[in-house]
Design a protein around this ligand. Sequence first.
Ligand SMILES: *Cc1c(COP(=O)(O)O)cnc(C)c1O
Length: 424
Amino acid sequence: MNPAVAEVAWRGADRAGPPAYDVDRVRADFPILSREVRGKPLTFLDSGASAQKPRAVIDAVSAVYEREYANIHRGVHYLSARATELHDEAREKVRAYLNAAETREIVFTRNATEAINLVASSFAARRLREGDEILLTELEHHANIVPWQLAAERAGAAVRAAPVDDDGLVDLEAFEAMLTPRTRMVAFTHISNVLGVVTPAREMTRLAREKGIPVLIDGAQSAVHLDVDVRDLGCDFFAFTGHKLYGPSGIGVLYGKAEHLEAMPPYQGGGDMIEYVTFEKTTFAAPPERFEAGTPNISGAIGLGAAIDYVNALGRDAVAAHERDLLRYATARLSDAPGVRLFGARGEKAGIVSFLQDDVHPHDVGTILDRDGIAVRVGHHCAQPLMDRFGISGTVRASIGLYNTREEIDRLVDSLHHVKEIFG
Ligand SMILES: *Cc1c(COP(=O)(O)O)cnc(C)c1O
């Protein structure tokens, strides 16, 4: 799709050496980026919370409603068949994006949170007995903590967290030591949404799988910044969310190994997930439909497919290289900014820088940046246990998307000088 994007975003792709990534061309694909905020050009450094949408995604969603919309599956008529086809194509795009073996391993959910809840209730909860353990890490987003706590509580099981060091790097030895005969499930993030630290997901998965323990990877950030291959990772489940990958909100994905999904009971009951219903007994559809009760987010799935096409057309390697450059630049510039203390700046990282400035409250920093048209996220970033680990209540987080530029990082640093002037 959109070959024009691929064509224009690559300058000199046919010449030797790495092609230049034309970020101005990329920015022109995102209508919202040309608007002003508080009389200043918008500097959007909050893609880690939700990314902006390219025209290709906005158009794909409108096109469904303007020309090809009807409910899927149940219809015999033309539009229903066409919408079903588009929805199926989107599932195939997600499968290819994650390099999953089969489309029946791709379940559409509302978001990453729902994908994790689905596994916690339909898979983990049934295996838990009193005294069992679920192993997480200290890095986790609340979405990868609370569902496990709910499942554990019902069974009298416990949730444990493998420690991270002062840079937010997972202590692999401690992690391995915490994989005990009581451990029934392992779940961890692939990239910390607070620090941008990339966990050694492949190695952690291998350690758990060696002991027969199933693994869920929270890929809400990694599906955006890394070239994810679920078969190479070896995980049993992988969750991500469409809105952070330049797609619509309200659509997420659970990848699950076919053998698990086949054996799992439904998460919710309703239409579209059944094979046959009588008042005495209902038999369930095969995966993935078994886990997709009710009318799904049809346009959302199609929009997510368009987002994947868009990223693929730019080239996932080219996007990653651009983001790596920006992250290095931001880290270097922020290290020199007045009073700035970075968190998690060592080790393999992607897309995110977190910091505090002197004793200024993150909300005050964020408010002053906002006056300069700069959008960052401040607070605990839905990761309060990690804040506790660092003994702080929150940070300022700048997160990088494929459309950000070095000039925007410069604007951020300039604005931090304003903060310094105001707060001394
Ligand atoms: C954003 C995020 C989530 C939750 O995503 P939702 O779309 O809100 O479900 C989970 N984990 C991480 C690491 C995230 O960054």
